[in-house]
Structures are given as C-alpha cells and as structure tokens.
Design a protein around this ligand. Structure first.
Ligand SMILES: NC(=O)c1ccc[n+]([C@@H]2O[C@H](COP(=O)([O-])OP(=O)(O)OC[C@H]3O[C@@H](n4cnc5c(N)ncnc54)[C@H](O)[C@@H]3O)[C@@H](O)[C@H]2O)c1
Length: 263
C-alpha cells in the first residue's frame, strides 16, 4: 500500500509515534489523516501542525462506542477508511504486584482497543474487498519487556490478535501489519528513563533508541511491502530468532544484561 490519496485514522495520534506517522502520511500524499487521541488538546495541536488534510478527534479507545463513532464519522466525511492505525498504548511498570486496575488498563488500551477497531472497520473493508490495519504492538510483543509484566503480556496478545486477523482475512483483501519497535524517543520511554525504571534502562541498553520519524520511515516501507512484521530495529529480528531457537539461552542472556544493569 502506498499512502497517496488514502484515508487514514491514527489512534494515539497525538503521541510520539502517532504524530510522526500523521506527519509522514500527510507528506506521502494521504487524502485525510484523522488524529485521534484521549488528549483532545494535543490532538488538535498535532492536526494543526500536520495541515489541512488532518482532523483531530477526541477518543478514548477503551470505549467501544467512541471507537464506533470515530469510524462512522470518518466514513461519513471521507467515504471510507483505507488504513486504520491502532497505535494508542500504555506502559505500566511493575510485575505480579500490579493491581487488577493496572492489568485491566493495559489489557483495554493495548489489546481490547484493537478488537474494537477491527470490529468497527472490518464490515466496510470486507464489502470493499480491501483495507489495511496497522497495529502498533512492540518488541515486547515478540520478546519480553523487563520490569513490565502487564506490558509484555498485553503486547504478546496484541501480536497474536494481529496475526489472527492477517491469517483469517488476507484472502478477503485485508492487510495487517504489526509494528514492533524497541526503544523510541517518545514521552513513554523518556518518562521511564527519567524515573530510572529498570525496563527503560534495559531498552536503552539493547539497541538504538530511534527517533519517531525513523519509525515512520520503517512503517511507510513496511506498508509498501505489505509486510506483517514491521521491525524498525533490525536487531529485534535477530533476538526473536535466538529466542525461538534457544529460549533458555536467550533468557539467560537477558538475565545477564539485567544483572549488569543492576550492579
Ligand atoms: N516509545 C517506545 O519506546 C515504544 C516502543 C515500542 C512500542 N511502543 C508503542 O507505540 C505506541 C505509541 O507510543 P508512544 O511511544 O508514541 O507513546 P506516547 O505516550 O508518546 O503516545 C501514546 C499516545 O496514546 C494516547 N492514549 C493513551 N491511552 C489512550 C486511550 N485510552 N485512548 C486514546 N488515546 C490514548 C496518549 O494520550 C498518547 O498521546 C504505543 O502502543 C506503545 O506501546 C512504544
């Protein structure tokens, strides 16, 4: 898929990666870019910066009614949605001690919102014989986010759901990509590093911390190839291979890195 004349929706569109996608899609010639975010003021500011093709929307992706309304409003205004980017996500920080409200928030934002989006866009896409879903998951969804059990668990679920959609609907014209970056220089990682969280330090020690614009470059290339796994950090593919071939050895290596960072 190329972006020329496409109608695109991006959730978490006001954040680091979402706003970079919005700018890049507009530069690639998208017909409309809907910048949807919980933070209405930030969505308005991002849309204003992107220019006339962008439109802000205040949406909580954990509320199915609001996701349905976002999709219906976009289809009414522009006639269709070519690409829906389920990009909003939250980190939690913590392990088994995280309370149920924390696990529930991670589950709702990182997984259930992708289900809501798919439910809302699939009918029209299948009637039209095509459409594209880009799910921002994470390297945590194919590896492990040290220090964040809810993030690891829900991002694995997000990759699983994206794969299920791709296997189930590709022959009906649907394309699905799972975007799995490692460290990206956005408020999410910056806040973790500023707080000294072990997980953020492991990410910074495991490879390059990319600028959001570099992730947008990888997304445009991945969409052009209609590739399922979009890995802006090539080292993640090597880590995932190692994890699949030798799970015990891979875990031992990760524990060694954690011990070194803790020392
Ligand atoms: N930054 C990283 O290192 C990194 C790495 C891998 C994956 N990711 C993933 O990339 C995606 C974007 O994250 P980012 O790094 O740009 O972080 P960010 O915090 O800058 O952006 C996240 C955006 O999601 C919005 N959001 C949160 N909850 C929402 C809700 N209920 N409804 C609507 N919007 C909501 C926030 O307001 C924010 O604008 C997330 O899914 C994240 O898990 C980030």
């Amino acid at each position: 898929m190329n972006l020329t004349d496409r109608v695109v929706v991006i959730t978490g569109g006001a954040g680091g990666i979402g706003s970079a996608l919005a700018r890049r899609f507009a530069a690639e010639g998208a017909a409309a870019v809907v910048v949807a975010d919980l933070d209405a003021d930030a969505a308005r500011a991002v849309a204003a910066g992107v220019g006339p093709v962008a439109r802000p929307a205040a949406v909580d992706v954990t509320d199915e009614e609001q996701v349905r309304a976002l999709v219906a409003d976009t289809e009414r205004r522009y006639g269709r949605i070519d690409l829906f980017c389920a990009n909003a996500g939250v980190a939690t920080s913590g392990g088994v001690e995280v309370d149920d409200a924390g696990w529930d928030r991670a589950w709702r934002v990182n997984v259930l919102s992708h289900v809501y989006a798919a439910r809302a866009v699939l009918p029209a896409m299948l009637v039209r014989g095509g459409g594209y879903l880009l799910h921002t998951c994470s390297a945590a969804g194919v590896l492990t986010a040290v220090g964040d059990a809810p993030y690891t668990t829900t991002k694995h679920a997000a990759v699983g759901f994206a794969e299920w959609l791709s296997v189930t609907y590709r022959d009906q014209g649907l394309r699905v990509s799972a975007l799995c970056p490692q460290g990206v220089d956005t408020p999410m990682l910056a806040e973790g590093l500023a707080a000294g969280h072990l997980g953020a330090r492991v990410i910074a020690a495991s490879g390059a911390v990319l600028a959001p614009d570099e992730v947008a470059d990888a997304v445009v290339a991945g969409l052009a190839e209609e590739r399922f796994l979009i890995l802006p950090h090539p080292e993640v593919a090597a880590y995932a291979r190692r994890r699949a071939e030798d799970p015990d050895g891979w875990q031992a290596g990760l524990r060694k890195l954690v011990r070194r960072l803790r020392a």
